[in-house]
Design a protein around this ligand. Structure first.
Ligand code: HEC
Length: 124
């Protein structure tokens, strides 16, 4: 009697192509992807595209250009604070005619991660 639920589960996993666990993982990835895409289009897309230069640089491969993740996150929250101390950021700012990027102090690490993951997914 105690084994019946287990057997039922095993039977289920056998007949279904994706077990519930995998389905949940895919669903949460999709949710994060959607959140990143939404944030990108509401807060960044007025100046950035992934594969094409706009007011700001094309963001394809941006994580490789910023080996220091902390700095990248800080730049997205408040670019000015990083431009003052980092020569790569300062040169970029000079190159883009000293156009200030809108500060986004309200973005959490998780949200910035979602935006960057969305950008990476478009680049591929
Ligand atoms: C008002 C226009 C504007 C908005 C909005 C904007 N950016 Fe920018 N961004 C720029 C400009 C211009 C630069 C080039 C550096 C500079 O001028 O400070 C830049 C540079 C960057 C860089 C560095 C690019 C590189 O090649 O190293 C990243 C990363 C970045 N932006 C991410 C974002 C994200 C993420 C958002 C949305 C949350 C965003 N930006 C919103 C204008 C903008």
């Amino acid at each position: 009697m105690r084994w019946l639920p287990v057997l039922a589960l095993l039977g289920c996993a056998e007949s279904e192509p994706a077990p519930a666990e995998t389905k949940r993982a895919i669903a949460s990835t999709n949710t994060a992807h959607e959140a990143g895409k939404k944030l990108f289009f509401s807060k960044c897309a007025s100046c950035h595209m992934v594969n094409k230069e706009l007011t700001g640089p094309a963001l394809k491969g941006v994580q490789q250009r910023w080996p220091d993740r902390q700095k990248l996150y800080a730049f997205i929250r408040n670019s000015d604070s990083v431009i003052q101390v980092d020569s790569y950021a300062k040169n970029l700012w000079l190159q883009y005619n000293q156009t200030a990027m809108t500060p986004h102090p309200d973005l959490t690490d998780e949200q910035i991660g979602q935006i960057l993951n969305y950008i990476a997914s478009v680049s591929e």
